[in-house]
Design a protein around this ligand. Structure first.
Ligand SMILES: [Zn+2]
Length: 220
């Protein structure tokens, strides 16, 4: 029994020292996410193997995620999976299209002020249905227009700037434009986040996830 307890303690120590739970340094945030995405895309993901131990640890000690993510609800963009992260690693807000709202903004403020989040990643993705609907401008039923209205300002100039491109190319430009737009919006809509950024306690990143390849491309 003592040996089993000792083994569990060593296991918990090892996972606490791993680079992906509760200890991502700001300067290593992008490299850590890129490395996790490479493991995912190459079929070498490791995170799922140690979740039970992490659940025990985070349940007892609480959460201190370093990275928050704003992304789409699209089922092909499962955030933890595509970055090979697990329980306690990412503080995630999702809605169709991945856009800032007062609730999203307040959630990120909480992450930064109370949990120690130092990086916000806005993650767009290819073949986004919400962006496609907004780009096409066709009428949508029910409350779905709330989404397209919210996304519209971020892609307002796409038709004019890329009028000669195919619909697919336009969509790719729209996804990137929207991601960059939301990177600005998230900060613009929060005095707390602006101050954190000015104090070098918060960085914002953008990236696009390719649903065909599983690869994430960070925006410079
Ligand atoms: Zn989407």
């Amino acid at each position: 029994m003592k040996l089993i307890t000792f083994t569990i303690q060593i296991f918990l120590l090892l996972i606490s020292l791993s680079s992906s739970w509760a200890s991502i340094l700001p300067a290593k945030a992008r490299a850590t996410l890129e490395a996790g995405n490479r493991r995912f895309a190459e079929g070498k993901a490791i995170a799922h193997g140690w979740q039970k131990g992490i659940v025990t640890k985070t349940g007892a000690l609480g959460q201190t995620p370093s990275v928050a993510v704003l992304t789409c609800s699209d089922s092909r963009t499962p955030v933890e999976l595509i970055f090979d992260m697990g329980v306690g690693d990412l503080f995630v807000c999702r809605n169709a299209g991945g856009f800032d709202t007062p609730e999203v903004n307040a959630t990120f403020e909480y992450g930064v002020a109370a949990l120690g989040v130092h990086t916000i990643l806005v993650l767009g993705h290819t073949k986004c249905g919400a962006v496609t609907a907004t780009l096409e401008g066709t009428p949508v039923p029910g409350n779905i227009s709330i989404l397209t209205k919210a996304l519209q300002p971020g892609i307002a100039k796409i038709h004019e700037e890329h009028k000669d491109l195919s619909q697919e190319s336009k969509l790719n430009h729209a996804v990137e434009a929207l991601t960059r737009y939301q990177m600005v919006e998230v900060i613009k809509n929060s005095a707390l986040l602006q101050k954190a950024q000015a104090d070098n306690k918060l960085q914002i990143m953008g990236a696009i996830y390719d649903v065909d390849t599983g690869l994430v491309r960070f925006l410079d």
